[in-house]
Design a protein around this ligand. Structure first.
Ligand code: D54
Ligand code: ZN
Length: 277
C-alpha cells in the first residue's frame, strides 16, 4: 500500500508542486478489480477505493504495514458508494449499496467483500478507516437518513449542503466522522471562509466533476497558503494544521472524513478573511 508520512508545516513551506503532490494528493483510487489503499501516518488514516469489475473483491489487511490478520481487527471503516449499485458483505450479511449510500463497519468484522450489481456500470466504493478502541454496530444509511446542513449562498458562489452520515448524533463510531458535501449548480467554492482543527485531520475526496474540470484545492497554514490542482475522483490529505478549501471550474461533490482527538464537528478554528495570505 501507498504510505504517506506526516510533515512539519515549516518543511511544507519549501515544497515545490511535485513534492507537495507526492505528500498529500492521492491521484488514483479506482482501478478495475482492485482495492487501493493509502495509509497516512497523520492519524493513521487509511483512504481507499474499490472498483468491482468482475467477481467479488475482498478487503484485506496489508500484513506488513498493519500487522493484523484482518483489516478491521483494530480499525473501523466508513464506505460511501459513488458509482452504480453494488453490495458490501460483512461476515455474511449483504448490504445493498446504491449511489451515495454509506456503510459503517465496526471493529472486529472479519470478512468484508464488495461486488457490483451490474459490471457494465460498476459500484465505486470510497472508504476511510482509522484505528478503533471498541466495537460500534455496523449500520447503513441512505442520503435521506444523513443530517443535512445547508450553507452558503449563490452570491458567494458557495451554496451547498453538508450531509453528515457518521457523526456524534448519527451513525456512532470511535473516531471516524464522515459525510459528503454537494455544491449546487453555479457554485464553486467549498469551505470558504475556511478553518483548521488541530484536534483532527481530514481527507477530502472530490467527485462528480467533468473529466476536464479541476478544483484548486487550498492548503497550508492560514498565512502561508498553497494550492494543489485536483481532478475528478482524487483525494487530498489535510494535516490538522492546514486549511482545506477549494474552488472548482464548476460545481462538484466531495466526501470528507476526519479522525483525531475529538468528533465535535463544529469544533473548528475559523480563519478570518483578513488573516489569509
Ligand atoms: O470540518 C469540516 C469539514 O471541513 C467539511 O465538512 C466542510 C465542508 O464540507 C464544507 O464547508 O463544505
Ligand atoms: Zn474541516
Amino acid at each position: 500500500m501507498d504510505i504517506r508520512y506526516a510533515s512539519h508545516p515549516n518543511e511544507v513551506k519549501g515544497f515545490d508542486t511535485s513534492r507537495l503532490r507526492e505528500e498529500i494528493l492521492i491521484e488514483s483510487l479506482f482501478r478495475p478489480g482492485e482495492v487501493t489503499l493509502t495509509y497516512s501516518h497523520v492519524d493513521r488514516f487509511i483512504a481507499g477505493g474499490v472498483l468491482p469489475t468482475g467477481g467479488t473483491i475482498k478487503l484485506e489487511a496489508d500484513q506488513k504495514e498493519m500487522g493484523a490478520e484482518h483489516f478491521l481487527d483494530r480499525r473501523e471503516i466508513g464506505i460511501i458508494n459513488i458509482g452504480g449499485r453494488g453490495t458490501a458483505t460483512v461476515d455474511g450479511t449483504a448490504y445493498d449499496m446504491e449511489t451515495k449510500d454509506c456503510l459503517y463497519v465496526g471493529r472486529g468484522a472479519k470478512e468484508v467483500a464488495f461486488a457490483s450489481a451490474d459490471t457494465s456500470s460498476p459500484a465505486k466504493l470510497y472508504f476511510n478507516s482509522c484505528p478503533a478502541h471498541q466495537t460500534y454496530p455496523t449500520v447503513k444509511a441512505v442520503i435521506s437518513e444523513a443530517n443535512p446542513r445547508h450553507l452558503g449562498s449563490l452570491t458567494n458562489s458557495n451554496e451547498r449542503t453538508i450531509y453528515q452520515y457518521i457523526h456524534e448524533n448519527g451513525i456512532r463510531s470511535c473516531q471516524l466522522v464522515m459525510g459528503l458535501t454537494m455544491l449546487k449548480p453555479g457554485n464553486m467554492w467549498n469551505t470558504m471562509p475556511c478553518h483548521t482543527h488541530n484536534r483532527r485531520s481530514e481527507v477530502y475526496f472530490y467527485f462528480d466533476m467533468p473529466e476536464d474540470g479541476v478544483v484548486f484545492h487550498l492548503m497550508g497554514e492560514p498565512r502561508e497558503t498553497r494550492h494543489v490542482v485536483v481532478r475528478n475522483e482524487q483525494s487530498i490529505i489535510s494535516p490538522s494544521w492546514s486549511i482545506h478549501s477549494g474552488v472548482g471550474t464548476s460545481n462538484y461533490t466531495f466526501i470528507w472524513g476526519m479522525a483525531g482527538e475529538n468528533q465535535a464537528f463544529d469544533d473548528m478554528d475559523m480563519v478570518a478573511m483578513k488573516d489569509l495570505k
